[in-house]
Design a protein around this ligand. Structure first.
Ligand code: DGL
Length: 276
């Protein structure tokens, strides 16, 4: 029974192409697993919506993913995690792993100055993130940076765009860069533009994200449940991936493939992807 379960794919969900950055890290770390990715680009962005809407859209998308008989679910979206993770954990009898802004690692790296958290409006206003700040006793040292409109630009243009450069320059204008010690990327879309942000803010500021923490958490849960195919990282493997996107045409699928392959190349991954 358990052997059969370990052969099932891992479901990965995001409001759009952002979770592809998490998928790339999953493929790199756990190349023997199979993946089904659902990007809800037809309804993105989630980060400016009401909680009711984020909940309805996330549950719809995840219901669709469950048709693929997945052995675990990764909610590769900070926004959806903020709103529905507890409900998902109560409803589903598979491991459910979410994302949250990597504030703790950010604080650890911060020698002096403040920790700026770039995320969607929903993530920054929701209880989950604000409880985390309180728990870590860091309220006065966090700069919340809601990046309104940035997800839309990335969904439309990918990661190579002057619009993104200008957006990042503008969003840091009201801030004193010397006051910032660390930037936390609290939205999976922003991982793709980490280099652009680094170029603009300069090399003295560390930029962190929560992707690897999420992958590690998934690996531990699968291992504890005897559902991990193999915990081996790397190797020139063939990894099977089913990509699904609710966008109106195939453009979003093409963008997803491009972003995935570019990121795996950046990680020096030598395997191949078999799109099933
Ligand atoms: N990738 C999502 C996140 O991590 C973006 C949410 C949105 O669609 O606004 O929050």
């Amino acid at each position: 029974m358990e052997k059969n379960l370990s052969n099932l794919p891992i479901g990965v969900f995001d409001s759009g192409v952002g979770g592809i950055s998490v998928l790339a890290d999953l493929v790199y770390q756990l190349p023997d697993e199979q993946y089904v990715y659902f990007g809800d680009s037809g309804n993105a962005p989630y980060g400016i919506r009401s909680n009711e809407e984020v909940k309805r859209l996330s549950l719809n998308a995840i219901e669709y993913l469950l048709n693929f008989k997945i052995k675990a679910l990764v909610v590769a979206c900070n926004t959806a995690t903020s709103v529905v993770i507890n409900e998902l954990r109560n409803r589903l009898n598979i491991p459910v792993i979410g994302m949250e802004p990597a504030l703790k690692p950010g604080i650890k790296l911060n020698k002096q100055g403040k920790v700026a958290v770039m995320a969607t409006d929903v993530t920054l206003r929701e209880k989950k993130f604000n409880d985390l700040i309180q728990k870590l006793k860091y309220a006065t040292n966090v700069i919340k940076m809601p990046c309104l409109g940035l997800v839309e630009i990335i969904e439309k243009e990918g990661k190579h765009s002057d619009k993104i450069k200008n957006y990042i320059k503008d969003i840091f204008l009201p801030h004193n860069i010397d006051e910032i010690g660390v930037i936390v990327l609290g939205c999976t879309h922003y991982i793709f533009i980490k280099d652009i942000i680094a170029n603009i803010v300069g090399e003295n500021i560390n930029i962190v994200d929560g992707n690897l923490g999420t992958v590690r958490h998934l690996k531990n849960l699968l291992q504890a449940d005897n559902k991990l195919i193999s915990g081996k990282t790397g190797g020139c493997k063939e990894t099977k991936i089913k990509l699904i996107n609710s966008g109106k045409n195939d453009d979003m699928l093409e963008l997803s493939k491009k972003l995935l392959e570019e990121r795996l190349k950046d990680l020096n991954w030598c395997g191949i992807i078999n799109y099933i």
